[in-house]
Unconditional design. Structure first.
Length: 103
């Protein structure tokens, strides 16, 4: 059971409006990777981004927080809280692959 529900989701486009269809991120080793913005939404006022690698051979995705810096610019931040990450990931799965009602 997650703390978030599909009814709480507000779809947004703030990252796409600011950066376009993709973003470049640097990992802790300084390697730059390009990710497509697959989805972005808010839950309880907190923004989240779902990012995928453009080749999409690997169906895994990255879940990051959308935060506003002091200067008003948008940034992406790692979700350090495992429970929050799991809740957002499960919510995205629920929104993307809704369970079909069985007859």
């Amino acid at each position: 059971m997650t703390d978030f529900s599909a009814e709480q989701v507000v779809w947004t486009q703030v990252l796409k409006e600011a950066f376009g269809e993709s973003v470049e991120l640097q990992d802790e080793k300084g390697t730059t990777m390009v990710y497509d913005i697959a989805a972005e939404f808010e839950v309880n006022g907190q923004g989240y981004a779902i990012l995928v690698q453009p080749d999409r051979q690997n169906e895994e995705y990255e879940v990051l927080r959308i935060v506003t810096a002091d200067d008003g610019s948008l940034e992406l931040a790692t979700i350090d809280d495992d429970e929050e990450w799991e809740n957002v990931s499960e919510l995205y799965d629920e929104l993307t692959f809704p369970e079909e009602d069985e007859y």
